[in-house]
Design a protein around this ligand. Structure first.
Ligand code: GLA
Length: 721
């Protein structure tokens, strides 16, 4: 048997009693295998998903659920696909036609499986890209209309997977504004559980589109079989978990077909978004590390590169600022030592100046009262101080009080015969209209061409989509949700082909857009408007399940009651930024913050590109401990947060993970507040990885110090960084 990396297409003779030949398609990575069998009746079934067999021989397992079950014939559960043919026949039969494999690079291969309806010719091509080293698979589907007239798709999954276990445990992340990523785990029972969004824009507002599915029992950080999945789509999504009469779990992932019947013209191809998943039999920690490694290399723009530290003015000034005040803030940014100043909302609008959220959205021209010398002047002033300048935009939206609204009332999503429905006093533009697409691209392009030094954009989206009617789509209203998202990607592709490297932060009224469909074009995202450091420990912990640290923007702000030290330690766990009034810091606090920025720059490579080990969960105890270890295990950064408010709490020693047992590491507490000393008994000691992982460290705050935090650096003996 030929053994290959990545996807392999194998033709196996059946050796246990059948007379006909059985075909299998094996998609594998370093540790995983996804095996499909081609049945005598030309149906393709999923025979296996799990850890790879050493022999690579799956010929003894040949059954399983259909790879992409279609509605209308014998299948009566939730289908992967449902369509009405041109003659209104609502059935589809998908039979195997061919399969092929191709290698994109040593580590990446794609398998394509072509299915076809023998009567109507409908073609469905299932694609699986496998990432060998990262143990990640990306699945998506193309549906092609081979009829002479349009067909109607009413269900069109990205992928469909089957599981056989005694129990299924689903971990989901739901929330609201400033309460993002609340983790809930539950046992699934027979019937259907959906995780979905119908919000159109800001689609993760209430529900994040990433989940864990644990098999047999809830997985922990280090134990248990678990699938981590997420859909690369910034629009309505839906996961259906259906447990059937045989206790098989069928998982459908894809665009939410709610109000989204899609009419496909002859020869037109409907391409679904990608469902990205990994599987680990060593718990959630390994699943996260797989996704992080994949994301940095393949999922996020400039994922393997560094990020800029910044000072943002949103929480410090809101929309009340002028040119002089901003230039003062540049001095503060320089003093702090960050790389960039980010000017937030409120810099634009003239006929309707943006002094609050009631006016100006859509008019992307500098407010001549606040900024008489324009953006170009600000860029130059920032550069003169050795820092870069970035700007906030919300290009998809419009306030009724704006010139854009007056000039282009037909560019806006709104229902005929109904009053306009507002969210944050604004409406969503009709991106289905190519003129609006051009407007978005031109807005960004003009700003970047007129101000060549502009070095960063924060792209916001502050409302979900009501008024669900596109003046442009006319009789094809059910295409709105899908076409809007596709058009948004087209704008981003245009921006990226002209500005491939520019860092852009994805923001959506906090964490309303956090998905890998968008992160292809963005370097980082804003997780939540809640920057209270205590809350952020939970929020950032949850995001860390699916996203690497260099994508999770975390800013030190004045929100919450925690000390500056605690707030800084939390922000340093991910991508550090500031949104504070630097002038209000005491001399000691300023000195501490300047040192913190320097320290962060010194250690950020380990945080951004290291492997993450979540050691103590804030969801399970009154503390959180996380650790990043660099690739060759010579350096690690350990974060320790005490979330208890009681002085008598007792904490056990913490056994570290991910180190090399044979190496010796020097432990050093870093980021100490000026004038304080480490109370860590093992500080400055040389300890073996074996000791640190078997005996561990006492990370107790001492009896008198609840709500404290520490950062430790572990450096291999003799190594220099
Ligand atoms: C949203 C963002 C904030 C800020 C404001 C500006 O709420 O999440 O960070 O940019 O918009 O209006």
């Amino acid at each position: 048997m030929q053994k290959t990396l990545g996807a392999a297409l194998l033709l196996l003779s059946c050796t246990f009693g059948f007379t006909q030949q059985a075909k299998q398609i094996i998609i594998d990575t370093r540790n995983l295998a996804l095996v499909f069998s081609i049945q005598p009746n030309k149906k393709v079934t999923q025979s296996y998903l799990g850890n790879k067999l050493m022999s690579g021989d799956y010929s003894k397992i040949s059954g399983g659920g259909e790879i992409y079950p279609a509605a209308g014939m014998e299948y009566q559960f939730e289908p992967a696909i449902r369509m009405l043919h041109a003659d209104q026949n609502p059935s589809l039969e998908l039979q195997y036609v061919s399969s092929s494999g191709s290698r994109q690079e040593n580590n990446v291969a794609t398998t394509n499986i072509v299915l076809e309806d023998p009567v109507y010719g409908t073609e469905v091509i299932l694609h699986y890209t496998s990432y060998y080293n990262e143990d990640v698979i990306k699945a998506w589907t193309e549906i092609i209309n081979r009829e002479k007239k349009a067909v109607e798709l009413t269900e069109y999954a990205s992928s469909f997977l089957h599981f056989n276990a005694d129990e299924y445990w689903l971990t989901q992340f739901h929330g609201d504004w400033a309460r993002e990523m609340q983790m809930v785990e539950e046992k699934l029972t027979n019937g259907i559980k959906n995780l979905e969004s119908k919000l159109g824009t800001r689609t993760n507002f209430y529900q994040t589109q990433a989940f864990f599915l644990s098999l047999n029992r809830p997985s922990t950080e280090t134990e248990g079989e678990v699938l981590a999945g997420t859909l690369a789509w910034t629009g309505n999504f839906k996961y259906t978990f259906e447990i059937d009469q045989r206790n098989t779990l069928n998982l459908r992932s894809g665009i939410n077909s709610f109000a989204s019947e899609y009419f496909l013209q002859p020869r037109e191809v409907f391409t679904t978004p990608e469902f990205i998943f990994t599987f680990s039999d060593h718990g959630k920690g390994q699943a996260s590390r797989n996704l992080h490694r994949w994301a940095r290399k393949y999922g996020v723009l400039n994922g393997s590169e560094g990020r800029m530290t910044l000072l943002n003015n949103w929480e410090a000034t809101g929309m009340k600022f002028n040119e002089t005040r901003l230039v003062e803030l540049f001095d503060e940014a320089k003093n702090l030592g960050v790389d960039l100043f980010l000017l937030d909302d409120g810099w634009f609008g003239n006929k309707y100046p943006r002094n609050d959220d009631k006016a100006g959205l859509g008019d992307w021209i500098e407010d001549s009262t606040k900024l008489p010398s324009g953006i170009g002047y600000l860029v130059k002033e920032a550069e003169a101080r050795g820092i870069k300048f970035g700007i906030w935009l919300e290009p998809e939206m419009v306030n009724p009080k704006s010139q854009l609204y007056e000039q282009h009332p037909d560019w806006i999503l709104k229902l005929p015969n109904r009053p306009e429905n507002y969210g944050r006093n604004q409406l969503v533009l009709d991106l289905c209209n190519p003129k609006v697409e051009d407007f978005l691209f031109n807005t960004v392009d003009r700003l970047l061409t007129e101000n060549p030094g502009l070095a960063f954009i924060k792209w916001d989206c502050n409302r979900s989509m009501t008024n669900q009617y596109s003046p442009y789509l006319k009789e094809r209203q059910t295409h709105l949700f899908v076409d809007y998202t596709r058009a948004w990607y087209k704008v981003l592709q245009r921006i990226r082909s002209k500005y491939p490297k520019l860092p852009i932060m994805l923001c959506s009224g906090g964490g309303g857009r956090t998905d890998y469909g968008a992160l292809k074009y963005f370097t980082e995202f804003w997780p939540s408007d809640n920057t209270d450091a205590l809350e952020r420990v939970y929020i950032q912990w949850s995001y860390s399940y699916f996203f690497p640290a260099n994508t999770i923007s975390s800013h030190v702000t004045d929100m919450g009651k925690q000390s500056l030290k605690f707030r800084t330690d939390v922000a340093m766990m991910d991508k550090l930024g500031y949104d504070i009034r630097v002038q209000n810091l005491s001399p000691g606090e300023l000195e501490f913050s300047k040192e913190a920025v320097k320290t962060y720059k010194r250690v950020s490579n380990v945080i951004w590109f290291g492997d993450l080990y979540r050691i103590e969960s804030p969801y399970e105890s009154d503390r959180a401990v996380v650790m990043y270890v660099n690739e060759n295990k010579s350096r690690a950064i350990l974060f320790n947060y005490h979330l208890n408010t009681r002085r008598q709490d007792i904490f056990n020693r913490v056994k570290l993970q991910g180190l090399d047992p044979a190496k010796k590491y020097r432990l050093e507490e870093i980021n100490l507040f000026p004038g304080t000393r480490s109370i860590q008994p093992d500080n400055d000691k040389l300890l073996s990885g074996d000791y640190l992982m078997k005996i561990g460290l006492n990370l107790s705050p001492g009896r008198t110090n609840p709500l404290t935090s520490n950062i430790y650096e572990l450096t291999e003996e003799g190594a220099r960084f």
